[in-house]
Design a protein around this ligand. Structure first.
Ligand SMILES: *[C@@H]1O[C@H](CO)[C@@H](O)[C@H](O)[C@H]1NC(C)=O
Ligand SMILES: *[C@@H]1O[C@H](CO)[C@@H](O)[C@H](O)[C@H]1NC(C)=O
Ligand SMILES: *[C@@H]1O[C@H](CO)[C@@H](O)[C@H](O)[C@H]1NC(C)=O
Ligand SMILES: *[C@@H]1O[C@H](CO)[C@@H](O)[C@H](O)[C@H]1NC(C)=O
Ligand SMILES: *[C@@H]1O[C@H](CO)[C@@H](O)[C@H](O)[C@H]1NC(C)=O
Length: 279
């Protein structure tokens, strides 16, 4: 029992000595290691900023589509402001509006169509994100472990420890450079991908702007024509469904005469229908 305690005490002293020595060896290169570590942290921050900027720029460019949706909503509102009061004038106007305004889409429909044009960033940054995560993990795990191993392997051999640490740092620097190259390549690729997605999104929303504007203009024209028809025809509807039409030229008529030229002259008594229009 006694000898066991003594043995334990001795081994504790040895471990203590080894610990003290190792910390002296390790501390000798603290400044050198810290300096490099600051550079590694800066590189990680650079990646984070690049990724965040990329995402911000993407949503900014995406906003063009929201602007187009707003523009279309405004166009639709203007059309409704013009059409809606017409319905209140009389049943004819109301009928014209009812018959020809249905081709104008609702604001909700247009907004959802334009929204469906939106591009997504989706997987575009996956590779760059993965390079960032791998580098972070390398610094936090591989590099830390390798530096700790140098202390463990050479707790008291200063020169060997220095060689070990400089080798680990040189490896880390080489790894950082290759990581940076790969990161740049992947960000450039993501830029291309997102560029073409944005271009098709813009084409899609421009298409919506065009087709919606055309639908509005067409409907307004049809409504105007329909309303004008009443003024021309002086009746509820110009089309009576009768294909046989005679025109009576009023400019020829002399309204002082008691007689006019017989408009039925030459027509068959069997004719099922005949429409007379005054000009
Ligand atoms: C409206 O449409 C109905 C059904 O198509 C048609 O019978 C009517 O003549 C139209 N009215 C006007 C004013 O165009
Ligand atoms: C330190 O390095 C020298 C030369 O490479 C080698 O001979 C020696 O064994 C090493 N010392 C330790 C403690 O590993
Ligand atoms: C109506 O008659 C006048 C006078 O004869 C003529 O100048 C005009 O062209 C005619 N209009 C139509 C639509 O036939
Ligand atoms: C008006 O009546 C007279 C005689 O009834 C006739 O000669 C003349 O042609 C008529 N004018 C027209 C424009 O129909
Ligand atoms: C139109 O007129 C022709 C000849 O006058 C006649 O044969 C035909 O039945 C008429 N059509 C209608 C729909 O009344």
């Amino acid at each position: 029992m006694q000898s066991f305690l003594i043995a334990t005490a001795i081994s504790l002293v040895i471990v203590g000595l080894a610990g003290a020595q190792s910390s002296t060896v390790a501390n000798s290169l603290d400044d050198y290691i810290d300096q490099n570590q600051r550079q590694y942290e800066a590189q990680i921050r650079k990646y984070e900023e690049a990724l965040a900027n990329f995402r911000t720029l993407f949503s900014k460019r995406q906003q063009v589509i929201d602007v187009q949706a707003d523009l279309l909503q405004q166009k639709l509102e203007e059309a409704f402001v013009r059409i809606n009061p017409l319905s209140l004038i009389d049943p004819w106007h109301k009928q014209c509006v009812q018959n020809y305004s249905s081709s104008i889409p609702t604001i909700a429909t247009v907004r959802s169509r334009v929204a469906s044009c939106q591009a997504t960033i989706s997987t575009a940054l996956n590779s760059a994100d993965s390079v960032y995560n791998t580098l972070k993990k390398y610094y936090n795990t591989n590099l830390k472990n390798s530096l700790a191993d140098c202390v463990k392997k050479f707790p008291s051999a200063q020169l060997n420890y220095t060689v070990c640490v400089t080798k680990v740092i040189a490896d880390a620097n080489a790894y950082s450079i290759s990581s940076q190259n790969s990161f740049n390549t992947h960000v450039k690729d993501a830029d291309c991908t997102v560029d073409s997605r944005l271009r098709s999104a813009w084409t899609c929303s421009f298409g919506q702007v065009y087709s919606t504007s055309a639908a509005i203009e067409n409907a307004l024209r049809l409504i105007d024509n329909c309303i004008d028809n009443q003024l021309v025809c002086g009746s509820v509807s110009c089309s009576s469904g009768c294909p046989n039409v005679s025109t009576i030229n009023l400019t020829e008529a002399d309204f002082r005469n008691e007689t006019i030229r017989n408009p039925f002259r030459g027509l068959s008594a069997q004719a099922g229908c005949r429409e007379f229009r005054f000009k």
